[in-house]
Design a protein around this ligand. Structure first.
Ligand code: SAM
Length: 283
């Protein structure tokens, strides 16, 4: 048994709670469709993790996203757990052993490659299959080309945890991104035009007379909206993003759902609004 663990904070548990609530709604709806036209529905965890993270401030394990999906009833027909790191793969195999009656496909490697080369070609529209993909990276690992390929397949909903902090870290205060940084942002966001809107020439020269660019105060909602709008060019419906913050109220990620199905997004918006109301009360 792997001795390593991931430590996660309160906001990650809240994210997992939101995912689980949506998964329960998803399986209920898809199971009904199975009595009509649908052949199979898949859960694809593209950044699966270890399956059993530990709470940061307490001695307790938390159910990670793969376990939450496995616990859903009615259950998914197929589960894909994709993960880069070997020890987490080992931990996922231990989890798989606890659910011998489920079809679990564990893949080690970069999820962009595995999604584009394997998963998308198996969950096809013509074969009447559908899937929910959870994109939960630490940083800027989800390539725009992958999101585009998932959208074009017309069979997937994507539940995205978009790393706001990782993007803002690349945006310097005094000059717009260039070269490799610009390429990286473009590879993830699929568009770089918005960068031109957040930098402006200084109204005055500084004390030393440099002509530096000045970055406007960057609001998390604004950045989340840019990415959500961008995804909206590929998917027919995108939920309202929810900004996840750490214990100091610093925005870290934006969560949202993109789908070709209106009802899916309506359900997600309902879950998010309920969460935001409760969060307000708790503050
Ligand atoms: C935020 S964690 C996932 C947590 C998990 N979804 C959960 O909620 O329990 C991100 C994971 O992605 C893995 N990872 C990083 N880059 C990856 C890539 N390119 N493809 C697949 N997995 C990757 C990391 O090893 C890490 O376990």
């Amino acid at each position: 048994m792997s001795k390593k663990v991931n430590l996660i904070g309160r906001w990650s548990e809240e994210k997992l709670g939101l995912l689980e609530e949506y998964l329960r709604a998803y399986v209920t709806i898809m199971n009904k469709q199975k009595q009509r036209w649908l052949r199979a529905y898949h859960y694809i965890d593209a950044f699966a993790g270890s399956g059993r993270p530990k709470a940061k401030d307490e001695e307790r394990y938390v159910a990670g996203s793969p376990l939450r999906a496995l616990r859903c009833e009615p259950h998914f027909d197929v589960y894909w757990f994709i993960e880069l790191s070997p020890w987490r793969i080992e931990s996922l195999q231990e989890l798989q052993a606890q659910f011998p009656d489920r079809e679990v496909r564990i893949r080690q490697g970069d999820c962009n490659t595995i999604l584009r080369q394997e998963v998308i070609s198996q969950v096809t529209y013509a074969s009447r299959q559908r899937g929910l993909v959870f994109l939960d990276p630490y940083g800027l690992q989800v390539e725009w080309a992958t999101v585009r390929a998932l959208a074009r397949a017309k069979t997937f909903d994507i539940f995205v945890n978009f790393p706001l902090m990782a993007v803002t870290r690349l945006l310097k205060r005094d000059e717009p991104p260039k070269g490799k940084v610009k390429d990286r942002l473009n590879k993830v966001m699929g568009n770089i035009e918005w960068v031109g809107r957040i930098y402006r020439p200084p109204e005055q020269l500084s004390l030393f007379g440099e002509r530096l660019m000045v970055r406007d105060v960057m609001r998390a909602e604004w950045l989340a909206r840019i990415y959500a709008d961008q995804i909206g060019t590929l998917f027919s419906f995108v939920s309202k993003p929810v900004i996840m913050v750490n214990s100091k109220n610093v925005p870290l990620y934006a969560l949202f759902l993109a789908s070709h199905n209106k009802t899916a997004v309506k359900i997600m918006n309902y879950i998010f609004e309920k969460y935001e109301r409760l969060r307000e009360v708790g503050r």
